[in-house]
Design a protein. Structure first.
Length: 531
């Protein structure tokens, strides 16, 4: 079996080492050869292949045809000329202070301009040098390949990362944005010198000068033509990873069809277009899963590679418990706008970070939802942690206490969780629904499937949670004793639809105090059909 890469964004080394590369050069060829514009921007979540694509473009414009042997673009009319390339990677710039950021930015610009063949002028600022480099390098290129074909290639990977790193301090983030804008603005009056521009990022901060200055910059982030340029389709997964997939299915002791269905549920659900309904797998999740081939099954891998600082910093400032992440209907284009850093919307942050994706699009409005099970679990953990204003790793064992029916320890942890939760003014009017939402969030973070307001013939059970080791029916009361919760479960027969399931059924009552907003009483009992 061909080796799988999990630790490289470098296209040349991936190709030299014979590791699996899912051929996306057809999209690259479409960008460079068949568009009226030559300036492109694309946003995608973290670890979705943006850096690898930038690396491939760098190799392409360096004329390194040997690296593309057997790939789509090798059979086209691309002429494989060599161009001067300015390649910025802004993900690792220091943002501990404005002074350190300015210093690090200047050093990065100086280093990358030197790599492109430009002699840095120490008497000028970093952005002035960038502008001068574009002009000089383009002129040299025209001398070599002709006026009509010459120009400089500019590749900017993670253009927005420094702003995202600073979002926990908006004043500072705006200053970082302004410093970056000074660099990007150098391209405004030099588009004639640019052979090709490709910028990637997680978010589209529209007040960065690159968007206001470059009127012909084409954003392909939600373009149907490029919907599957990043991520793997079902066909691409089969064509490139078949041997690995079958081997992992064998190790897990599953039929191949059952294995593929479970893998899709875990990792495939990202949709990046309005009209093209094709969903894709997260590439890093596929790579880690198939390289490890864990016999115990699938697990979250995307989160283990690090969470986006942009979202983490934003979550420090926002209460996100009121959102229905599984089905956000009637979302307009305006809700994706991140022009004003002080008016960031949860929808925009969660969508662009990969925690929400397009589920449907109709008449100008989107329906968004969680892409897959891996993201669902990580999002639930993030939300619970943000709401409690602390690291939620201490709560990771609560699901084990639940499915193990270790009720005293489970209830101690649950009380601690609710005690840390800040509630808004709205919470007093929606009563137990707010507590239901928090409970579902916690259960989802631990991999327990739950449904709030479970509709049955005699009413709605507050929360029904399911695990292979049991079914758990929660009834929540506010300013009422826990006995009333059990009385309602029995009267309405909430447990009866699950009697034929065969799994143990547990009835759980929770009682909250509306003044303190705390869980004050709780109890659990096994249901066998007679009680």
């Amino acid at each position: 079996m061909r080796p799988i890469a999990t630790d490289t964004h470098d296209f040349p080394s991936l190709r030299r080492d014979g590791k699996i590369y899912v051929d996306k050069t057809g999209f690259i060829y479409r960008l460079i050869a068949h568009n009226d514009t030559k300036l492109f921007f694309v946003s995608r979540p973290r670890r979705f292949g943006k850096s690898l694509t930038v690396s491939a473009l760098k190799a392409l414009f360096s004329g390194r045809r040997e690296l593309f042997k057997g790939l789509y673009i090798d059979g086209t009319d691309w002429e494989w000329e060599k161009y001067p390339i300015i390649h910025f990677e802004f993900n690792d710039l220091t943002t501990t202070s404005l002074e350190e950021f300015e210093k690090d930015l200047a050093h990065h610009v100086e280093d990358r301009l030197a790599e492109a063949g430009y002699t840095y002028d120490g008497t000028r600022s970093a952005h002035e040098n960038f502008g001068k480099a574009i002009t000089e390098l383009a002129a040299k290129s025209r001398e070599r390949v002709g006026d009509s074909d010459g120009g400089v290639v500019i590749l900017v990977d993670e253009y927005d990362a420094p702003v995202g790193h600073a979002l926990d301090d908006i004043d500072f983030a705006e200053k970082v944005r302004d410093r970056l804008s000074a660099v990007y603005s150098q391209m405004k009056n030099r588009t004639g010198d640019i052979k090709f521009l490709f910028m990637t990022g997680v978010s589209k901060f529209t007040k960065l000068s690159v968007f206001s200055a470059l009127n012909n910059l084409m954003d392909v982030s939600q373009d149907d033509e490029y919907a599957t340029m990043f991520g793997y389709t079902e066909d691409e997964l089969s064509a490139n990873f078949e041997e690995h997939l079958r081997e992992h299915a064998r190790i897990m002791g599953k039929s191949y069809d059952a294995y593929r269905a479970e893998m899709k549920w875990w990792f495939n659900g990202f949709r990046f277009a309005k009209n093209d309904k094709t969903t894709v797998y997260n590439p890093i999740s596929v790579a880690y899963t198939l390289k490890r081939k864990d016999p115990s099954g699938f697990s979250a891998t995307w989160a283990t590679t690090g969470r986006p600082s942009m979202l983490m910093n934003y979550l420090k400032r926002e209460d996100l418990l009121a959102i229905d992440y599984e089905c956000m209907e009637d979302v307009s284009e305006a809700e994706f706008d991140v022009a004003e850093l002080r008016k960031l919307r949860p929808t925009a942050m969660l969508y662009q970070s990969g925690y929400l994706t397009v589920k449907d699009y109709d008449d100008g409005l989107y329906t968004l939802g969680v892409p897959d099970e891996e993201v669902r679990r990580d999002l639930a953990t993030l939300i619970a942690g943000a709401a409690a204003d602390e690291d939620m790793q201490w709560a990771a064992s609560l699901s084990a206490k639940l499915v193990g029916a270790k009720w005293p320890m489970f209830f101690v942890g649950l009380k601690s969780l609710y005690a840390h939760m800040p509630y808004g003014a709205l919470e007093g009017t929606i009563h137990e629904h707010s507590y239901e939402r928090i409970l579902c969030t916690l259960l989802a973070a631990q991999g327990v499937t739950s449904h709030a307001e479970d509709v049955q013939s005699n009413g709605r059970a507050d929360v029904v949670a399911k695990h292979k080791r049991g079914i758990y029916i929660f009834e929540l009361k506010v300013d009422e004793p826990v006995d009333k919760a059990f009385a309602q479960i029995r009267k309405k027969g909430y447990a009866e639809p699950y009697l034929a399931d065969g799994r143990p059924i547990w009835l759980i009552g929770l009682s909250f105090d509306s003044k303190t907003r705390r869980l004050v009483d709780c109890a659990a009992e096994r249901f066998d059909g007679s009680n």
